[in-house]
Design a protein around this ligand. Sequence first.
Ligand code: DC
Length: 221
Amino acid sequence: MINAIDGPAASGKSTTAKLVGQKMNFLFIDTGAMYRAMALKAYKMGIDYEDSRLIKNIMLATVIDQKIDQDTGDTVTLLDKVDVSHEIRTPEISKGVTAVCEIKEVRDNLVEIQRNLGNKGNVILDGRDIGTVVFPNADLKFFMIADVDIRANRRFKEMQEKGMSSSLEDIKADIIRRDDRDSNRSNSPLKAAEDAILIDTSELTINEQVEFIIEKIKERS
Ligand code: DC
């Protein structure tokens, strides 16, 4: 069974998908983390995020993969075989990923990896284009939204817990900037598939979101 969760930045997709994956024994594929890994590689090599020609070239010599950590149950992102799951969450990478994910060759390459992982069996993927481009025939598609102030607050708390310092204003501005650019790019823009189930998480707890999706999966299977 293939389940897709799309939606704007910080709408709770990854947290929800991870928990649904653990409860249903589905592989959780975090596609945003793959784009972030590519941005991290550019950052480490000192390449301008907007230099699409150079990024296209380094992509050819880059291996991005995901696997489940058997101890924690978390999805681990590997960049050239190295676990970069934490490094890709910094504000610097959030800033740079927007340009990197617009490059057609980067998208083509990562979509192929996502399809190969997804076709292995029971999976839940989160991203921006899963229901529209990566798996247009997914069994279930969800589109998660939430009020931007609520999203910014949630992300702010998450960053604080991880010991990363960013102001609430900066986080909100980054969310608005990314949503705008992700929604307006020509290649695989952020949008809900016509057959997606809309979930507004503004007033929901994580547990309620998870249970809602699990109900739908059970109805479907
Ligand atoms: O979900 P996230 O914030 O980790 O995603 C990081 C960026 O990657 C996001 O700003 C848009 C991009 N992205 C994308 O273009 N397509 C996807 N399927 C997933 C993420």
